[in-house]
Design a protein around this ligand. Structure first.
Ligand code: NAD
Length: 255
């Protein structure tokens, strides 16, 4: 193994909301490259299941994998999550802001709480985690921050005013933060998935799903692995010249 490959194998990634769906696929994919992974779920009720997942990843890929419960929408919990991961691994090289929720509805039905909850997790949660990792990454003069946006944050979508605002906010935050951190060896990028088959989209009625697929050039919904492949590239040492970008992973979706 050459020296640079050795370096990659010692990286550590924190992936928020990695108990299932896209986050879990990203954690697995990074572990496959030799990264140690810090997994996260929002509450302690899910921790035993996440610990089992961590054990399975550690055994399968021969890396260190640890599970942490923290609601990343709360600044103090996001900070504790980062501190605990730093204590366990000694360093965090890659942060993937994946945790996200939806509370869909037309504007007349959407409550203030629906709006605030989605912003709190999707946008403020990503901010909380970025803030908590910024200093340690600046000190080590290396970092990869990748946040999950959505094509909905670029094109909009009826019934998702709160979600679209949160995901557009992630793009603005990514671009601003990339400028702040680029001189410290830290890249900051966003990935904007189209429609990916997960628990989030499994909730769609069949008719709505069929109409959606008609608009996708590839003729299918994406898989969590389609997204993980792009995150894996952006997280790699070789992606050091890519920052402040938003990469759509949407199978050629007609907006
Ligand atoms: P999912 O609902 O399957 O998983 C979301 C994860 O986030 C879960 O593990 C959940 O427990 C966790 N989470 C929610 N609130 C949290 C909190 N406060 N603190 C910590 N963890 C929390 O969703 P998914 O489809 O896998 O989506 C993952 C990301 O990708 C989200 O940010 C989502 O907005 C984005 N995305 C998804 C799609 C899609 O089609 N599925 C499309 C575009 C963007």
């Amino acid at each position: 193994m050459d020296e640079s490959a050795q370096e990659v194998s010692t990286r550590c990634a924190l992936v928020t909301g990695s108990s299932r769906g896209i986050g879990l696929a990203i954690a697995r994919s990074l572990a496959e490259t030799g990264c140690d992974v810090a997994l996260n779920c929002s509450g302690s009720a899910r921790l035993p299941a996440l610990e089992e997942t961590a054990a399975e990843i550690a055994q399968r890929f021969g890396v260190q994998a640890t599970a942490f419960a923290a609601d990343i929408s709360k600044p103090e919990e996001a900070k504790r999550l980062v501190d605990e991961a730093l204590a366990a691994f000694g360093h965090i090289d890659i942060l993937v802001n994946n945790a996200g929720i939806t509370r869909d509805g037309s504007i007349v039905r959407m409550t203030e709480q629906d709006f605030d909850d989605v912003i709190a997790v999707n946008l403020k949660g990503a901010f909380n985690c970025c803030k908590a990792v910024a200093r340690p990454m600046m000190r080590q003069r290396f970092g990869r921050i990748i946040s999950l946006s959505s094509v909905v944050g670029i094109y909009g979508n009826a019934g998702q005013v709160n979600y679209a605002a949160s995901k557009a906010g992630v793009i603005g935050m990514t671009k601003a933060l990339s400028r702040e951190l680029v001189s410290r060896g830290i890249t900051v990028n966003a990935v904007a998935p189209g429609f990916i088959s997960t628990d989030m989209t499994d909730a769609l009625p069949d008719r709505q799903r069929a109409l959606l697929v008609e608009r996708i050039g590839c003729g299918r919904l994406g898989t969590p692995e389609d997204v993980a492949n792009v995150v894996r590239f952006l997280a790699s040492d070789g992606a050091g010249y890519v920052t402040g970008q938003v990469i759509c992973v949407d199978g050629g979706l007609q907006a």
